[in-house]
Design a protein around this ligand. Structure first.
Ligand SMILES: *[C@@H]1O[C@H](CO)[C@@H](O)[C@H](O)[C@H]1NC(C)=O
Ligand SMILES: *[C@@H]1O[C@H](CO)[C@@H](O)[C@H](O)[C@H]1NC(C)=O
Ligand SMILES: *[C@@H]1O[C@H](CO)[C@@H](O)[C@H](O)[C@H]1NC(C)=O
Ligand SMILES: *[C@@H]1O[C@H](CO)[C@@H](O)[C@H](O)[C@H]1NC(C)=O
Ligand SMILES: *[C@@H]1O[C@H](CO)[C@@H](O)[C@H](O)[C@H]1NC(C)=O
Ligand SMILES: *[C@@H]1O[C@H](CO)[C@@H](O)[C@H](O)[C@H]1NC(C)=O
Ligand SMILES: *[C@@H]1O[C@H](CO)[C@@H](O)[C@H](O)[C@H]1NC(C)=O
Length: 424
């Protein structure tokens, strides 16, 4: 992460590259180190709290076309985009049924017509050719819950204008997929691990008439952690399973639980398990000798249930994005965002591996209109999750995550080429 500026007299023509790389790093470091400053600001989602581009350019000698490198791409607004969507359910076969909202009769299509516009710069919409060029010879794994699968399927659909991957999975288990873009030698993998740590279902009909899970908070889930060697990128997420009824274990002993109703077991807040799980997952990555890739924390994407939770008849009926000043991150969403950001920062401090932030929280908080709601199945289908306000329709606002991802990979490519220059 650290760059030394010893040789820059010699290598004059790399100076500009170095300066811009340093600025990116500073931006990332500031974002990682001070998430709380942004969170505590009452104007977190207002467009005025950040410098605008003319202020950012006060330094002068950096090319304007590169201004996105210094800009916080994760703070902004949804703006109109007449060109979207970039695929449909007939051009892309990878859409999971539960996210195939248009097939299941979603009548309004306005939710497709937006793109993310950071304050003070532009975030280009994914160019699938350029992305695959950058990804040539690389391996990328998505690690986490089904929103991670949602993300992978969005990527597959966006890239399908260039190429479809072939399935090279070594198991028939749908929770673990490995896909190959043969013309680009690019591998895309998906590991389902809803808690990141080892878990098992203790009772399928727990106290809340949902599954009661044992979480082994100090043991990473080896189904992904043992598989990451050789991957260039991990895109990690977790969150939506943590409100469930769970029993927390440490050192194989029960230490507490969440709504487990077991005798003599102390009730712990969800935040306890959530923080511990991230700490364990990041530790597993840091200690994995043969993993030398970059880990991106894809931050929590809030659900949008209104008038009750998922099992209380709650729904997400809104049909427009919020403006940034209409919605503030608060409650559990805020706690989860802060916890994972803090744990990312702590993992980065270890200095063993590379960690980056892929902050989707702020953008997705503003998209109550992007979920399947009741259009993830036929009206007469008997499903437990009737109104889905957690996952995202495909196509839909989750497609913007590819824009963030492409930006980060581009920055990484520049960083590594800058580092190579200075290692000579
Ligand atoms: C951005 O800069 C312009 C030109 O200096 C200024 O007029 C405008 O008020 C600034 N906007 C914000 C939000 O600071
Ligand atoms: C800045 O970008 C423009 C447009 O891409 C290019 O024409 C110009 O040469 C660049 N200037 C510098 C100093 O790199
Ligand atoms: C795609 O959506 C249309 C509705 O626009 C629906 O009639 C069709 O069955 C869907 N096809 C697939 C393959 O999902
Ligand atoms: C494909 O990429 C891997 C690294 O992921 C590399 O080891 C291998 O040599 C590449 N194969 C070809 C044919 O370029
Ligand atoms: C719970 O704790 C009480 C007091 O320490 C003890 O008397 C009781 O046997 C315990 N119950 C169980 C099921 O362990
Ligand atoms: C790491 O890689 C080295 C060299 O390929 C190999 O000898 C070693 O067994 C690997 N370690 C693990 C834990 O896989
Ligand atoms: C829906 O499915 C559940 C479990 O599969 C079953 O217990 C219930 O009776 C079903 N309800 C209807 C209306 O079919």
């Amino acid at each position: 992460m650290e760059l030394t500026i010893k040789n820059n007299k010699k290598i004059k023509n790399t100076a500009i590259l170095l300066i811009s790389t340093a600025l990116i790093l500073i931006t990332i470091i500031i974002h990682l180190n001070y998430p709380l400053i942004f969170l505590q600001s009452p104007s977190l989602y207002s467009s005025s709290y950040r410098q605008n581009s003319s202020v950012i350019h006060a330094g002068g000698d950096i090319n304007k076309t590169d201004d996105h490198e210094k800009c916080d791409i994760f703070t902004g607004e949804w703006v109109r985009n007449a060109d979207a969507p970039y695929y449909t359910n007939t051009t892309c076969w990878a859409i999971h049924e539960q996210n195939n909202c248009i097939k299941y009769g979603r009548p309004d299509l306005d939710f497709l017509k937006w793109r993310w516009k950071p304050n003070g710069c532009e975030l280009p919409v994914l160019n699938p050719y350029r992305f695959l060029d950058m990804a040539r010879g690389k391996k990328m794994a998505f690690v986490g819950d089904s929103v991670g699968r949602n993300h992978v399927q969005s990527m597959i659909c966006l890239l399908s204008r260039v190429e479809y991957p072939i399935d090279v999975s070594t198991t028939s288990d749908d929770h673990f997929r490995r896909l190959s873009y043969v013309n680009y030698n690019f591998t895309l993998a998906y590991f389902w691990t809803p808690f990141l740590v080892r878990f098992e279902e203790r009772d399928p009909d727990g106290p809340a008439h949902t599954g009661l899970f044992n979480l082994y908070l100090d043991e990473s889930d080896e189904s992904w952690a043992s598989q990451i060697d050789g991957f260039d990128y991990l895109v990690l997420n977790a969150g939506h399973w943590f409100p469930r009824t769970t029993v927390y274990y440490e050192n194989r002993h029960i230490v507490g639980c969440r709504y487990c109703k077991l005798p003599n077991v102390t009730e712990y807040p969800m935040a306890y398990g959530y923080r511990y799980a991230f700490r364990t997952a990041f530790k597993a990555i840091n200690e994995r000798k043969n993993f030398s890739g970059v880990t991106l924390l894809r931050t929590f994407a809030p659900a949008h249930f209104e008038n009750g939770m998922w099992n209380e008849g709650g729904d997400c009926p809104r049909r427009r994005p919020y403006r940034s000043n209409e919605k503030t991150l608060e409650g559990d969403n805020l706690d989860m965002y802060v916890i994972q950001s803090e744990e990312l920062k702590a993992a980065q401090k270890e200095g063993k591996k590379e960690f980056r932030l892929l902050d989707t929280t702020q953008a997705m908080l503003l998209r109550p209109d992007g979920h399947p709601s009741r259009y993830g199945h036929w009206p007469d289908q008997n499903v437990t999750f009737y109104n889905d306000c957690v996952h995202w329709c495909l196509p839909g606002p989750i497609d913007s995550w590819a824009d963030f991802l492409a930006h980060i990979i581009k920055m990484e490519a520049r960083r590594t080429s800058a580092e190579r220059l200075f290692q000579r």
